[in-house]
Design a protein around this ligand. Structure first.
Ligand SMILES: [Zn+2]
Length: 332
C-alpha cells in the first residue's frame, strides 16, 4: 500500500474496501472486525494527568492515549460482566496543602497512621480502575483521569514494585487534588502529587517513631520495607521531615546510588497483584473461557489485552508478542 493511501485512510478521506482492510489487519496484527467497529472513545488529553507532557513526543502521547482508549473498552466489558466497587474518593481540589489532603483521605478510609499493606488492593476496593501500560517508555510512568465519575489509573508496570506503588499513589494524588484540571500539567502539580504520595505512604508520626536517632544508609534500607517504598523515596521523606539535613540527604543519595538503588531496588518487595483481575480470570476459568475470548469479543489482539493487565495478574512471565499468541492458540 502506498504511503499516500495509508495517510488518506488515517485522515478519513477514503473508505477502505474489503481487500484493504484485510491488508491492514495483516500488517497491524489486528482482527478485521476492529476496523469496522465504532471509533473508540478518545481520551481528552487535557483531562489526563501526564507526568511530563512537555518531554513527551506526540507519538508517545498518542500511544499512551490509544492504550487508554483500549483500556476503557476493556473496562466497559468488565463492568458488563462483574459488579465492581463504586468510587469512594474525596474531592480535595479545594485543599492547597497536599500533606493535609493525604491525611484527610487516610482518615476518610479509616487507615490511621498504619502502613499500607497493599496499595493496589486499596485502590481497587475504593473503586479505582487500574490498568497497565504495555509499552515501557521513559517519559510515561503513569497517568490517571476521571471518566463518568469513575477514576482510572494506567501504570507502567515495568518499574520496580516499590516504584509502581509510589506511582499509583502519585496518581491517586492527581485524582483527588486535580480532579477539575487544577494546575496540571505543571511542575507545581507534580510536586503536589509527589508530596501527597510521600505523606500518604509514610505518615509523619509513624516514620518519626520508627527511625533511630542516627540515620545511616543501612538504617534506611532496613526500615523502608515497612512502608513498601524505595530507599530513595524513604530518604527523601526523611529529608522533608527534617530527620536528614540537606548534606546528609545528598550523601545518602550518593551512597544509595552506589549500591544500585537509583536504577533499581536490590532485594525489593514482590509486585502487588490485582484482586479484580484475579476474580475476573478465575470466573472465566470456571466458565471455560480464556483471555482470548475477551480479546475476541472486543475485536482486539490478545497481546493488547495482555498488555493492559500485564503485571497485575500475578507472577507470569511476559512472553514475546508472537510467542504469546502461539501459546494461547495451542491451549485452546
Ligand atoms: Zn503526575
Amino acid at each position: 500500500m502506498s504511503a499516500i493511501t495509508v495517510s488518506r485512510l488515517k485522515n478519513g478521506e477514503n473508505e477502505p474496501d474489503g481487500d484493504t482492510v484485510a491488508k491492514l489487519a495483516r500488517a497491524l496484527d489486528y482482527p478485521e472486525a476492529f476496523f469496522s467497529d465504532d471509533d473508540p472513545e478518545e481520551l481528552d488529553t487535557g483531562a489526563v494527568s501526564f507526568r511530563s507532557l512537555t518531554k513527551m513526543s506526540a507519538k508517545e502521547r498518542d500511544a499512551a492515549t490509544a492504550a487508554g482508549s483500549l483500556g476503557l473498552q476493556l473496562s466497559d466489558w468488565v463492568e458488563g460482566e462483574f459488579r465492581l466497587p463504586e468510587a469512594n474518593l474525596l474531592d480535595l481540589s479545594y485543599e492547597t496543602d497536599p500533606e493535609v489532603a493525604a491525611r484527610s483521605l487516610r482518615q476518610f478510609w479509616s487507615l490511621g497512621e498504619k502502613p499500607i499493606g497493599n496499595m493496589l488492593g486499596l485502590l481497587e476496593v475504593n473503586g479505582v480502575r487500574v490498568f497497565s501500560l504495555s509499552e515501557d517508555t521513559s517519559t510515561v510512568d503513569a497517568f490517571s483521569f476521571w471518566r463518568n465519575e469513575k477514576p482510572f489509573i494506567f501504570l507502567d508496570n515495568f518499574k520496580t514494585a516499590e516504584r509502581s506503588i509510589f506511582d499509583s499513589t502519585h496518581e491517586l494524588g492527581h485524582l483527588v487534588l486535580h480532579r477539575h484540571g487544577g494546575p496540571q500539567p505543571s511542575r507545581a502539580a507534580e510536586r503536589e502529587a509527589n508530596m501527597f504520595a510521600s505523606t500518604f505512604l509514610m505518615p509523619t508520626n509513624d516514620v518519626r517513631a520508627r527511625m533511630p536517632r542516627f540515620i545511616t544508609v543501612d538504617a534506611i534500607i532496613e526500615v523502608k520495607g515497612r512502608w513498601r517504598v524505595s530507599a530513595m523515596a524513604m530518604a527523601y521523606r526523611l529529608h522533608t521531615l527534617g530527620l536528614l539535613t540537606e548534606w546528609q540527604y545528598k550523601s545518602a543519595c550518593i551512597e544509595l546510588g552506589r549500591r544500585g538503588f537509583r536504577s533499581g531496588e536490590p532485594r525489593g518487595i514482590e509486585r502487588e497483584t490485582s484482586r479484580v483481575w484475579q476474580k475476573v480470570l478465575s470466573q472465566l476459568w470456571a466458565e471455560r473461557k480464556t483471555k482470548s475470548d475477551i480479546a475476541d469479543s472486543l475485536h482486539i489482539p490478545l497481546d493488547e489485552l495482555e498488555g493492559l493487565i500485564w503485571g497485575l495478574t500475578g507472577p507470569t512471565i511476559r512472553p514475546d508478542k508472537d510467542e504469546a499468541r502461539g501459546t494461547i492458540r495451542a491451549v485452546k
